[in-house]
Design a protein around this ligand. Structure first.
Ligand code: NAP
Length: 266
């Protein structure tokens, strides 16, 4: 087990940010933290940037469950995964050393592709047609054949991902205290031949969503896991459920999910 004060800093390098991160590192070291170069040696993984950077940091760490994740926003940005701000180093160190922080657990999605490959994701898994033709999929909730979808694709979002891609297609914003998956459609065809529910729906944490891609119905979809596309090309079946493990993030007191939603959108 890595030292509990081993910190890995993840950010996209540029000269201006490099200088700010250097000064942050010095302050952290003065306060008894160790900056490590290998992400696997870290017990605290800190992303510096926006939500996109946080997603990359978590993916690079392999969604490890034995460490804490913290997001630091850079000047002038607001962000759903960042509790800290780079210009407020005092608040950051004070929070970490005086134990003002709480740990919050964010639900993750577990995706199984064709019984062969497994992936995790923090925001969402999206399945989209990679060509002009529509994508046709049989949608199962547990063992129930629920609908046959024909359209551009679907987004299956976590509660924290509900404010991202899911929100752009009018999905609901969901409290991360509810362990659930939200399924939203991308441009479904609805007429006398094809019918889907047409609205987003929430699945409880013990449910499984299975998407069976119908032959001849475009079996080369683009599968996105947060900000990465899977390199698998020919896909027959995708099973999606909530992961058994959650992502442990640092939460400042008085900075709830809804305070962040208000700050970001209202
Ligand atoms: P990007 O396309 O460069 O930026 C997507 C935007 O979504 C950024 O402004 C990012 O914030 C923001 N974002 C990411 N996660 C969020 C969250 N949980 N709640 C609210 N906003 C969030 O891609 P990226 O920065 O690498 O982020 C990947 C995410 O983009 C995907 O997981 C997906 O949710 C989202 N996306 C959205 C659409 C859409 O809305 N039409 C389409 C494709 C992908 P920052 O600027 O702070 O990084």
């Amino acid at each position: 087990m890595a030292d509990r004060r081993n910190v890995y800093l993840y950010y996209n390098h540029n000269p201006e940010l490099d200088a700010k991160v250097d000064s942050l590192s010095s302050i952290a070291v003065k306060n008894g933290f160790h900056i490590v170069k290998d992400i696997h040696q870290a017990s605290i993984i800190v992303s510096i940037g926006g939500d996109g950077t946080f997603l990359q940091a978590v993916r690079k760490a392999g969604f490890r469950e034995d460490c804490l994740y913290a997001g630091i926003a850079v000047e002038g940005t607001v962000s759903l995964y960042c509790d800290f701000n780079l210009q407020d180093t005092d608040q950051m160190i004070q929070a970490m050393t005086e134990e003002q922080i709480e740990v919050r657990r964010y639900p993750l999605i577990d995706v199984k592709v064709d019984d062969t490959a497994r992936f995790k994701s923090l925001n969402e898994c999206s399945i989209r047609s990679g060509i002009i033709k529509t994508l046709v999929m049989d949608v199962y909730i547990d063992d129930l054949h629920f609908e046959t979808f024909r359209g551009d694709g679907m987004i299956i979002a976590t509660p924290t991902g509900s404010t991202a891609y899911n929100k752009s297609v009018s999905g609901a914003v969901v409290d991360p205290l509810l362990p659930c998956l939200q399924v939203s459609e991308l441009a479904s065809l609805n007429n006398n031949l094809y019918r889907t529910l047409g609205s987003s729906f929430l699945l409880g944490g013990s449910r499984k969503l299975t998407l069976k891609i119908l032959e001849g119905g475009n079996d080369y979809p683009v599968i996105g896991m947060d900000n990465e596309a899977l390199s698998i090309r020919h896909v027959k079946q995708i099973e999606i459920s909530l992961a058994d493990t959650a992502l442990k993030t640092v939460k400042l007191k008085n900075n709830s999910f809804w305070e962040k939603v208000k700050r970001t959108f209202l």
